[in-house]
Write a protein that binds this ligand. Structure first.
Ligand code: DAH
Length: 340
């Protein structure tokens, strides 16, 4: 009997020594302490033993059982500790100071916002105030008050989204001119940045884009002021040697009206795809405020004259950064946005 227990103990000792995982420890417990384990077998054998020997043998079996239990308990505690040691949070021993830290990636302003801010600051330097107007306008503010009556062909260029009855998504920032003039007396100098909407979609048009409107009303404002303001602005944005030219054009709310071009910033005027081989790119529309518009806002057209202009922010950003597809601005692709 003693020999059998000794053999079991040696067997147990060797197995527990080589145990390094919780599963094999559980198996060891089944093999030694389980219902069909060797301690139970020894107990069963005890039944056949003569009563006077029973006590002594029973004690030996119990000692062995306790020994097995204690060993398993100790081993279990040891395994728990070494598992914890492997997790870096609980121990500095495995802290690897050479691992790169978690870096915060700060966001940046969207390129359209950046260009808007730059334009705003140029005009603020020239004494212009920043105004805002609603993106949903009535037909009156978007068209009629700007001298574009219902059946006027100029409406064709600005097909828009009709919201409900008389309400439209504004097709340009020009209606802000009307709101400002209705609410304040001249003289004034304002710019109005914001979103505008048109039924267009291709590499150079998106159904939503951004414009900045400008309006200056005072006594004796002339076309030379318009030329001067536009030249200062464009040379600030595109560089001091940027060539600027005015071409006659038509807008119902200005008279005379002009399209303003800059020498192509991509090819330097030699001719390329961006400027359709002309060396010039159209950058904005401008003109002298039509007296018909002044009349609608009750400004005295004999006393006041004004200059106005409107530009597309995406167009300026595209030329400034050499971007060839306007849709990139609105896809939210970080590989694009991170470059600004
Ligand atoms: N609103 C015009 C457009 O979106 C741009 C424009 C042209 C605005 C001439 C003006 C202007 O203020 O004077 O096409």
């Amino acid at each position: 009997m003693i020999e059998t227990i000794d053999k079991h103990r040696r067997d147990f000792d060797s197995r527990i020594r080589s145990t390094s995982a919780h599963e094999s420890l559980a198996q060891l417990r089944i093999d030694f302490l389980g219902k069909k384990g060797c301690v139970q077998t020894l107990m069963k054998e005890l039944r056949q033993v003569a009563p006077d020997e029973k006590r002594q043998r029973g004690k030996l079996i119990n000692d062995f059982k306790r020994y097995v239990e204690n060993q398993i308990k100790d081993k279990q505690a040891g395994l728990g500790k070494s598992a914890a040691a492997k997790s870096p949070a609980s121990s500095n021993a495995t802290f690897d100071a050479t691992l790169p830290g978690k870096r915060e990636i700060p966001g940046t302003l969207h390129p359209i916002t950046q260009v808007t801010e730059e334009i705003k600051s140029i005009f603020m330097g020239l004494g212009f105030q920043v105004e805002e107007g609603p993106e949903i306008e009535t037909d009156y503010y978007n068209f009629a008050a700007l001298n574009i009556p219902k059946d006027h062909p100029a409406r064709d260029m600005q097909d828009t989204f009709y919201v409900d009855g008389d309400a439209v998504l504004r097709t340009h920032t020009s209606p802000v001119q009307i709101h400002v003039m209705e609410n304040s007396a001249p003289p004034l100098r304002i710019i109005a940045p914001g979103k505008v909407y048109r039924r267009d979609s291709d590499v150079s048009h998106t159904p939503m884009f951004h414009q900045i409107e400008g309006l200056m009303v005072d006594e004796n404002v002339s076309f030379s002021h318009l030329k001067g303001v536009m030249k200062i602005f464009l040379q600030e944005i595109f560089g001091a040697d940027t060539q600027v030219r005015f071409r006659p054009s038509f807008f119902p709310f200005t008279c005379p009206s002009a399209e303003v071009d800059i020498q192509c910033v991509i090819c330097g005027g030699r001719g390329c795809r961006v400027c359709s081989q002309t060396g010039w790119v159209e950058i904005l529309g401008a003109g002298m405020v039509n007296p018909a518009v002044f009349k609608l806002v009750n400004y005295d057209a004999e006393k006041w004259t004004g200059l106005a202009f409107g530009l597309g922010i995406e167009r300026i950003a595209m030329l400034k950064y050499g971007i060839n597809d306007i849709r990139l601005f609105f896809e939210n692709d970080l590989r694009f946005l991170k470059q600004f």
